[in-house]
Design a protein around this ligand. Structure first.
Ligand code: PLP
Length: 401
């Protein structure tokens, strides 16, 4: 560390989170002490198996499910692939080859749907409105005789909009169509009860809630028969093969219990910080907030700045010690603007100049102050060098601030 010690602010919790100390400490004994295979019958293996049982109960409790309805997977992407591909397969077997989703899902859902289209399925991509919302009526009107699945994300990872999941669940149950939700961003941020909300399948991921990367779960309501995505051994009640990732499963159990313990308190304190951040950043000229101001994840800030490139903004913020994101991590490295921002109707140019700051309960008031101090300065500097901003000012006579 040099003499000018720099602040580091991690504001990319929607991309991944830091593993909590509690989750790490709970996992550690399963690396070098209770390292047995959870399928073995000697005590070393049984210890691991017991830990898996207890973690499954914790995950189930966190979303109002029963233990027998939870299947551990390698993460959100696998859970989404499993739910969608395998429900589609069952649907096809009885002549139902239509799927309904939205046009702003995570790529784990969108690319799976596109893959199924190539395999002869019909997919309806419901267009979200300018806030990133769809109405339950849109879903209702899209359901056909041959619809086998509705898959709608609980909360959007880029703009933070929370969708009307209980209302959509009710419609799907009435119409007897299976309902899957990618709740990766919602678990731990929004109270979830799969039975009250009529959710049939739900994907969640560990690394978005302070557990390690590479662990997740799929909730499958009991009574739903779905084929395997991963074939092999008899793990996960024969439904998902592969030796159990015991340390990560244990960490997920601890992290998810912690995450749902204090959702109301977290929502209150984090959204207060979020709103301060939003109102201060919107004081910069020619900016806009993306996503619904109210139906919004407590930690999500997504703002477009006209006249600058998101990528250069991110690089400049990194030099100032702020880790943030533009669009989603999955699209970085490509020059296409985020499909989510295009879906809510932003022009390409505006979508390109977007910044996502995702904060959480670990973000301090001083961190927020630092962001509020840094972002306007960086935006001003980038705009002063931007031919695009110069053109905007000339064409629209905006006073440069
Ligand atoms: C992160 C994320 C995923 C992917 O989860 P992984 O565990 O990284 O595979 C899927 N959906 C949403 C909404 C996400 O935010």
């Amino acid at each position: 560390m040099n003499s000018t010690e720099k602040r580091f602010v991690y504001a990319d919790n929607a991309a991944t989170t830091r593993v909590s100390e509690a989750a790490l400490n709970a996992a550690l004994p399963y690396f070098r002490e209770s390292y047995g295979n959870a399928s073995s019958i000697y005590s070393l293996g049984m210890n691991a198996a017991r830990a898996v049982v207890s973690s499954r109960a914790k995950v189930a409790e966190a979303i109002g499910a029963k233990s027998g309805e939870i299947y551990f997977t390698s993460g959100g992407s696998e859970s989404d692939n499993w739910a969608i591909k395998c429900v589609a397969e069952s649907g096809a077997a009885v002549g139902k080859k239509h799927i309904i989703t939205t046009n702003f899902e995570h790529h784990a859902v969108l690319h799976t749907c596109q893959y199924l289209e190539k395999k002869g399925f019909r997919v309806t991509y419901l267009p979200v409105d300018s806030m990133g919302l769809i109405s339950p009526e849109q879903v209702k009107n899209a359901i056909c005789e041959d619809t086998c699945l509705v898959t709608v994300m609980f909360a959007n990872n880029e703009i933070g909009t929370i969708l009307p999941i209980p209302e959509i669940g009710k419609i799907c149950r009435e119409k007897k169509v299976l309902f899957h939700t990618d709740a990766v961003q919602a678990v731990g941020n929004v109270p979830i009860d799969v039975s009250k909300m009529n959710i049939d399948l739900l994907s969640l991921s560990g690394h978005k809630l302070h557990a390690p990367k590479g662990i997740g779960a799929l909730y499958i309501r009991s009574g739903i028969k779905i084929s395997n995505l991963i074939h092999g051994g008899a793990q996960e009640r024969t439904k998902r093969a592969g030796t159990e990732n015991v340390p990560s499963i244990v960490a997920l159990g601890v992290a998810i219990s912690d995450a749902v313990k204090s959702i109301e308190e977290k929502q209150r304190s984090v959204s207060e910080k979020r709103d301060r951040l939003i109102s201060e950043l919107l004081k910069i000229s020619e900016t806009r907030l993306n996503g619904d101001p109210e139906k919004r994840l407590c930690g999500n800030v997504n703002i477009s700045f006209r006249g600058i490139e998101g990528e250069s903004l991110l690089l400049s913020l990194d030099l100032e010690g702020i880790a943030a994101s533009s669009g989603s991590a999955c699209t970085s490295g490509s020059l296409d603007p985020s499909h989510v921002l295009l879906a809510i109707g932003l022009p390409h140019e505006t979508a390109h100049g977007s910044l996502r700051l995702s904060i959480n309960e670990e973000t301090s008031d001083e961190d927020i102050d630092y962001i509020i101090d840094t972002v306007p300065r960086v935006v001003k500097k980038l705009r002063s060098m931007s031919p695009l901003w110069e053109r905007i000012c000339r064409d629209e006579k905006i006073a440069d601030r």
